[in-house]
Design a protein around this ligand. Structure first.
Ligand code: GAL
Length: 338
């Protein structure tokens, strides 16, 4: 009897110890840490497949879309993955929202890259833009697909050259007033920013041509200034990404400067988007980049870091694990700080 009591007592103590350790951890790191460059497990413990991606917020939930390049993909199909999160750190796999075979007879190595999804309030549809190309990247078009549900199956509608121009890497920008823009790389001329039509199904009006050759285009409107980030054109290999500023999207834009010490080649990453997290205490601008692994794309990882930004200056800190509190909008390297 005495032994039994002792055993139960010890078990209770052990249980209490586990509870305190776990709840202590949960309190110190709500949501956990973002670990740049590491594999990023989703709710199923699979590495997130959302490369060259973009993020939108629907209600209190973030949705991350990107190239779904899982090792066991059917090589004839192209996939777009969709994940959801409330804290931008823990991601739940929702669906492969695109899983299609060559929609325009482009041949074996056809390309679907850099998908970005916009929500159109008027039509209540989710509209996806993506780079569509043949295996030699000669077609240079955008593709458009729509869905009634954010994580539903998107129907492929068409492809075209925006405003008649070549378009390879695309980026997405939604301004603070809700206006939606497409950023696209036009090889002969540079980097274009254009507004979308009312229903978002077309690219309507050019806002600016920045005569600078940049891919992975990303924009943020921060404290009265626009900041544009892009990478040089070096394929899957990293290069020093650069930024410029302007008081209006139409420019004039400042000269381009490095976002990180150039010898680090943007710490091995290439820009894809800047996520603006507006909390009740602060605003954090997150650099979202891809660390490509061309020979095993399914292991390509992500470099997300909070940018140092303000008064016309922008820099990407050296990557290390950090914690984000989406409610306050604050971030910190030390898990306990809020
Ligand atoms: C990169 C581009 C990627 C992909 C790659 C192919 O420059 O950013 O999205 O197109 O080239 O080589």
């Amino acid at each position: 009897m005495r032994i039994k009591f002792h055993t139960i007592f010890s078990a209770l103590l052990l249980f209490q110890f586990f509870l305190s350790v776990n709840s202590g951890f949960a309190q110190a790191v709500p949501g956990g840490l973002i670990k740049p460059g590491e594999l990023w497990p989703d709710n199923n413990r699979n590495h997130v497949q959302a490369h060259g991606g973009g993020i939108i917020k629907v209600g209190d939930t973030y949705f991350w879309f990107g190239e779904y390049r899982a090792k066991d993909n059917d090589p004839d199909l192209r996939y777009v993955g969709c994940y959801s999160s409330k804290d931008l750190t823990n991601w739940t796999f929702r669906n492969t929202v695109i899983k299609i075979s060559d929609p325009e007879n482009l041949g074996k190595n056809w390309v679907l890259e850099r998908p970005k999804v916009y929500y159109n309030k008027k039509t209540q549809k989710y509209v996806m833009y993506m780079h569509i190309d043949d295996g030699n990247y000669k077609l240079a078009r955008v593709g458009v697909a729509v869905s009634d549900k954010v994580d539903g199956s998107y129907s492929y509608l068409k492809s075209f050259r925006p405003l008649g121009h070549e378009s390879r890497d695309i980026g997405q920008f939604v301004d603070d007033d809700g206006a939606a823009y497409l950023i696209f790389e036009d090889r002969p001329f540079g980097f274009r920013i254009a507004s979308l039509s009312d229903d978002y199904l077309n690219v309507e009006k050019e806002i600016c041509l920045i005569p600078f050759h940049m891919e992975g285009g990303a924009l943020i409107h921060y404290k009265g200034l626009y900041y544009a980030i892009g990478s040089a054109l070096t394929g899957w290999r990293p290069n020093p990404n650069k930024y410029a500023t302007a008081t209006s999207l139409a420019g004039p834009w400042s000269e381009f400067k490095d976002i990180a010490p150039p010898e680090t080649l943007t710490y091995g990453a290439q820009s894809t988007m800047i996520v603006k997290v507006v909390g009740d205490k602060s605003t954090t601008a997150i650099f979202m980049g891809d660390i490509w692994k061309p020979s095993e794309q399914w292991n390509s990882s992500y470099l997300w870091m909070p940018l140092n930004i303000g008064e016309g200056k922008l820099s990407l800190p050296a990557p290390k694990p950090w914690h984000l509190d989406v409610k306050s909008g604050k971030w910190n390297y030390t898990p306990s700080a809020k």
